[in-house]
Design a protein around this ligand. Sequence first.
Ligand code: SF4
Length: 252
Amino acid sequence: MRVIYEPKGRAKEYSELACNWYMGCTHGCKYCFAPSCMRKKMEDWHSPDVAIRDKVVEAFRSDAERMHENNDKRPILFSFLSDPYQPIEERYKITRRILRIVQQFGLKSKILTKGAYELVKRDFDIIKAAKIELGVTVCFVNDALRQEWEPNAAPVEERFQILKEAHEAGIRTWVSLEPVIDPEEALAVIRKAAPYVDFWKVGKLNHMKEVEDQVDWHKFYVDVVALLDSLNAKYYIKEDLKKYSQSADGEV
Ligand code: SF4
């Protein structure tokens, strides 16, 4: 069984390879696309009964060995369909075991999480030693909005703390600024975290038409690029948002 796979479609913009070991995610984000990818009901995917893929650590080791033999340096993202630092990790430590294998075989990888400070901090030693890029999704500075949209994920202050301490520890940090639900909140995230974020990935909101239609995406594109440029930040604007680089009348 191969567990490191090539994502398709939009997900490929994030990483050439990915791996998910937890089946389910208790963070319970309202905008979560994982249940539809997995053909599951939202309430089932977000329930406390998160499963661990059968023999996933052994399968990851075998994939890692193969990649090492082939000198495959494509980055692997952890994870698209679940979070490597959700509460179940505290007990089973699957993420920590996988990161050890990444370190052992010198693979290139990056983490993306909304997990709790204590849990992510636990692995700073391996993340640093294995040169893993540590990414945190941050959509808001206002924790009341976070509670509304990402009810069981870490509070925003914990996420900023993770990024700050990781940066200070010499770990390469990045932020996934997506989905953008409130453009002013997204811009405030950049202003706040810019000193300790090495790279930004900025997208928009998709699959929630009623909220999406309330945003002037061209204005957000212009504002976010101007802000990131003014801070000399390194960034990538996702294709979905890049489409709005021109206004309806063709102005850039
Ligand atoms: S962290 Fe990701 S996988 Fe988990 S509920 Fe939120 S959007 Fe879904």
